[in-house]
Design a protein around this ligand. Structure first.
Ligand code: AMP
Length: 220
């Protein structure tokens, strides 16, 4: 598939590694990506109008309303460079979002060419999310697991700070997994007839997971 035809949505339960995979894929292909979760967290931290509106929802693990999300994604897609592919990390998350996305992409003449379904067991997702910490400090932020001693030492050695996301607390993790099952997982059935779903085992080494995704697309 030509690289600028990579029009991909990354899809999977919280903890499946969407953002980690998107970093790998950005190095591999000339694409641009948008993580809606990261964008919303940054808006919340900056206290913008959108940020103030969504701050509480994020902390509770609930979804931001479709209208807001669709307007945001439309603006982003309309400003995309035409010579690059794109990767959506965390959008769509509901059927109305998926329908709106199809409509917008059809208008732009750039329909989705792939939906990556990162598959992970609930127990693995809970383990990953419960132990997830973000290392903030000099250099790029790094996502690590609290049980990974080497990564913890590396973070502290560079003066980094280990921070837990507000929505990675135990009660919120359960809520997010339930929201995924109820609202987002049905999207798989929505996309199946389009014949663009690539299901990938998201357990184990993230680099190996990225390899599976790349192989799945490049053999097309
Ligand atoms: P993530 O970083 O993808 O786990 O997203 C974190 C949080 O951002 C989610 O739990 C939602 O509250 C919100 N969010 C991200 N993407 C969407 C979306 N497409 N629709 C609604 N809410 C979203």
């Amino acid at each position: 598939m030509p690289d600028n035809r990579m029009h991909i949505a990354l899809f999977g339960p919280p903890g499946a590694g969407k953002s980690t995979q998107s970093k790998f894929l950005l190095k591999r292909w000339p694409i641009v990506s948008l993580s809606t979760g990261k964008m919303l967290r940054e808006e919340a931290a900056a206290g913008t109008e959108l940020g103030l509106k969504v701050r509480e929802l994020l902390g509770r693990g609930e979804l931001v309303d479709d209208e807001t999300m669709i307007a945001t994604i439309r603006k982003w897609l309309e400003n995309l460079p035409p010579d690059k592919g794109f990767l959506l990390d965390g959008f769509p998350r509901t059927i109305p979002q998926a329908e709106a996305l199809d409509e917008i992409l059809n208008e732009l003449g750039r329909p989705l060419t792939g939906v990556v379904n990162l598959k992970l067991s609930v127990s693995e997702a809970v383990y990953r999310l419960g132990g997830r910490r973000i290392c903030y400090g000099a250099g790029p932020e790094e996502i690590i697991h609290i049980n990974d001693e080497e990564a913890v030492d590396r973070c502290l050695a560079r003066g980094g700070l280990l921070v837990q996301r507000a929505d990675d607390l135990p009660n919120v993790i359960v809520k997010r997994l339930n929201v995924y099952e109820g609202e987002t997982e049905p999207l798989l059935a929505y996309y199946r007839p389009h014949n663009i779903v690539l299901t990938v085992d998201a357990s184990g080494d993230p680099e190996a997971v990225a390899q599976r995704i790349v192989f799945g697309f490049e053999k097309k």
